[in-house]
Ligand binder design. Sequence first.
Ligand SMILES: Nc1nc2c(ncn2[C@@H]2O[C@H](COP(=O)(O)OP(=O)(O)OP(=O)(O)O)[C@@H](O)[C@H]2O)c(=O)[nH]1
Ligand code: SF4
Ligand SMILES: [Mg+2]
Length: 405
Amino acid sequence: MSITNTPLSEQIRIVLFGLRNAGKSSLMNNIFSRDVSIVSNVAGTTTDPVTKSIELGKLGPVAITDTAGLDDVGEIGELRIKKTLEFLEIADIAVLVTRADLPISEVEKKFVTEVKQKRKALIVALTFSDRDIEVSKSEFIKNYKYVKIDNLSKKGITELKNEIINLYNEIEFEISPLQGLVNENDLVVLVTPIDLAAPKGRLILPQVETIRDALDKDCAVLIVKERELKLFYDSLKIKPKLVVTDSQAFSKVAADIPPDQPLTSFSILFARKKGELALFVEGLRTLKNFPSDSKVMILEACSHHVQPDDIGTVKIPRLFRQLVQSNVEFEFLKELPEEIKLKEFKLVIHCGGCMVTRKKMLSRLEKLKSFGIPSLNYGLFLAWANGLIPRAIEPFAYEYSLYEK
Ligand SMILES: Nc1nc2c(ncn2[C@@H]2O[C@H](COP(=O)(O)OP(=O)(O)OP(=O)(O)O)[C@@H](O)[C@H]2O)c(=O)[nH]1
Ligand code: SF4
Ligand SMILES: [Mg+2]
């Protein structure tokens, strides 16, 4: 995706923070090689945040924001600081811009503590490196990733960009549930059964996130239970771009809508969001000729309340024994076991991972990959068990091509 068609909400956010006159706007202009922000020696030149997008290597399009000084003064100054700190909430990478020739200030120390508390990635851009470095500043930067910058000669700019790109693995960057699947003004239908397993009075996280994502993408959303789907679907005047259903209602939903209607499940959207749908699709291969007397791990990522007909402990083992191999032993775990034990498993079926970060999921899946243990997730397994593969992965060109192979 290029900068122009990647919504800002899906770009990695890099924010330049620092005291007034630290050289933030000069740095911004040097990163973009043109005048994006106003530079002057008057403290407090930048009053409103300025955001621009740029391609940065494997990070793809990133949005960089220049902010007002963290030490702004007066009533309006305080409001500006508040506004600046709001950008810390959405920042994936915080760049602290600080002058080499000045001592570290309390404001900067406090800011860095906050960045750490919020577990954001941090880089220190040491501006004015054309001057001698002050003692307390040189002590301070030892604790952080830093790059020496001279904004006047543009020294250090490429290095800073590279350091930012190197943070790739530290950023918990997830694609959004509907990314690349819908465009503005599309209609998305979400099918959300309200059964015994549904939490009282609210929707589950994957549903809420998908609704929000559709709205962010300027789509309309029709939310129905599986029982009402047919009635409302048949009365629609425009064809939905995508129908997303809870895995458990998959067969009913598929039967109630035309075969050419793109359809997938929340679990599959979230398997992709965590980054490894392709791996799970490859995992489907092991279901053919699954060895008897072998062990299957059911791996969940949090301790949710176990229901009477629980997906992980009851439904999946039952379906697996019926459809894949009756003679298998299941183990139910929340963490990957030690290596000796891990090697005993022929397959791992992971939950949707809705409560954990992509980083955590990826590190688990990487480990399984390194041991040559295939993995699947609940959504994909249930879709397969209900005979809906390949239909449920058709909306994903790459993964679908893997399946076709
Ligand atoms: N010598 C030297 N001067 C610099 C450097 N970076 C910025 N300056 C100068 O410092 C002054 C302030 O730079 P700005 O980029 O406007 O600083 P800022 O952090 O955006 O300031 P505010 O918007 O007021 O918060 C300007 O006169 C710049 O030319 C540097 O690396 N070395
Ligand atoms: S993280 Fe996994 S176990 Fe926990 S609620 Fe989400 S899908 Fe279920
Ligand atoms: Mg400025």
